[in-house]
Design a protein around this ligand. Structure first.
Ligand code: PEP
Ligand code: CO
Length: 445
């Protein structure tokens, strides 16, 4: 294999890159970002990798979630806070049920670039570039708004920094304290339509927290008052990722300091492609999406390339087959990987294989299909003797109507009421918490 540098991906084919109209502007933007400070540090990245190694062995569980595509306009304190709040609430429920720490990773602070099935789209007879995420162009359906603009990458960097900053403040400054998060859960149990059915579990958590207080365990400790929270996004725009790739002064190794964890999408994971070339050289934990169209031999070769030392925590396989297809695809995949002895973290993305267009024209997903895929994911891993190590969601703390079903039984006709996403449909706060309680019941058996 030829030598890796942070630029060596440029000698390979990179799919899903925007067609930047002005190459000089593009170069100026990436040069600018390459001089700005990293968004995360190598030491933090190594900590997350250790946590993910624990997930591989079943000593911890990964909860990854956030927007499909972060919206520049939604980079506000309430927007970020509400999403964070839901993830923290879900983590408490899952942690209690599973009896292990939940590692929290947001799809945030850089989830600004999207792969699309087509370069262009036709809106009311007008042909225009597809929306590729706020770091590339703007979602409004006009030719001008859709023109890829490299200065958006610089803006994306600054918004990611602002998101990172408020996230660090929220999770370290007492907002994430356990008693507070649990109080929010109690509120949910009281006010949501299906909440009552989760009362017992919530009461058990109450008792556990009270017990600690009763026996005089000090609750004023970081474990209860702070939450470790990590960031992730799809490493799609390789120019942006390269610009934030820095050499760690302690180990001399290279880290993509745009986020703690980065993943490769199902559309850009070609063995000989630029994305695999770039990611093989950075030491971050890497996620890889695997959908129904995978080829087992190619996957094995990619795993060898990304994780030649078989380091646990380095590679997470995020499967996204859909409720109908998971039974067909996951068991052979699990067996093939098990046979080779690769140490991978198995995570379920129950979103991307369950997308469909409702009769009302909205792209949506049903709560029941999402839950069904998770259930099958657990059952298949239990049957195969492998470890279901985490879940990956598209969700938001806003009260959106993008996925159908859940306790309020959102129907196709309701999608219009508050459909906000620029890309894929997300679970709203209530649907996310309902899922967490249902998964909790599933893993407690
Ligand atoms: C995503 O996670 O938003 C995404 C595009 O997923 P996938 O690559 O699995 O289709
Ligand atoms: Co998506």
């Amino acid at each position: 294999m030829s030598e890796w540098t942070k630029s060596s991906w440029q000698n390979y084919t990179a799919l899903q890159q925007p067609n930047w109209p002005d190459k000089d502007e593009y170069q100026k933007a990436v040069d600018r970002i390459s001089k700005l400070p990293p968004l995360v540090f190598a030491g933090e990245i190594r900590t997350l990798k250790k946590h993910l190694a624990d997930c591989v062995e079943g000593r911890a569980f990964l909860l990854q979630g956030g927007d499909c595509a972060e919206d520049f306009n939604n980079c506000t304190a309430p927007g970020i806070r509400e999403t964070l709040k839901v993830i923290l609430q879900m983590a408490v429920i899952l942690s209690y049920a599973g009896g292990k720490p939940v590692i929290k990773v947001g799809r945030l602070a850089g989830q600004y670039a999207k792969p699309r099935s087509s370069d262009t789209e036709n809106v009311d007879g007008v042909e225009m570039a597809s929306y590729r995420g706020d770091m590339v162009n703007s979602p409004e359906p006009t030719g001008e708004a859709r023109r890829p603009d490299p200065s958006r990458m610089v803006e994306g960097y600054h918004l990611a920094a602002a998101t990172m900053n408020i996230t660090r403040a929220f999770t370290r400054g007492g907002y994430a304290a356990m008693h507070r998060v649990h109080a929010w859960n109690n509120e949910f149990v009281k006010t949501s339509p299906l909440g009552r059915s989760y009362e017992k579990l919530a009461r058990n958590i109450d008792q556990a927290l009270n017990f600690m207080k009763t026996i005089g365990l000090d609750t004023d400790i970081p474990q209860l008052n702070q939450a470790a929270f990590f960031t992730s996004h799809e490493a799609l725009l390789l120019g942006y990722e390269e610009a934030l790739t820095r050499q760690d002064s302690i180990t001399g190794q290279w880290y993509d300091c745009s986020a703690h964890m980065v993943w490769i999408g199902d559309r850009t994971r070609q063995l000989d492609g630029a994305h695999i070339e770039f990611l093989r050289g950075v030491r971050n934990p890497i996620g890889m999406k695997v959908g129904p169209k995978h080829d087992l031999d190619e996957l094995r070769a990619i795993i060898e390339k990304l994780n030649p030392e078989n380091e646990p925590g380095r590679l997470t396989l995020i499967t996204r087959f859909g409720a109908k297809e998971i039974e067909k695809h996951l068991p052979p995949l699990v067996r093939a990987i098990k046979q080779t002895g690769y140490k991978v973290l198995w995570v379920c993305d129950p979103m991307h294989g369950n997308t469909y267009t409702a009769e009302t024209g909205y792209k949506t997903r049903s709560f029941d299909n999402i839950l069904q895929e998770i259930q099958s994911f657990f059952e298949i891993h239990w049957a195969e003797g492998t470890i279901p190590g985490g879940v990956h969601f598209e969700l938001t703390g806003d009260n959106v109507t993008e996925c159908t079903g859940g306790g309020r039984n959102i129907a196709d006709q309701n999608l219009i009421e508050n459909y906000q996403t620029n890309c894929d449909p997300r679970l709203n706060a209530e649907q996310s918490l309902e899922l967490a309680f249902q998964i909790a019941e599933m893993i407690r058996g």
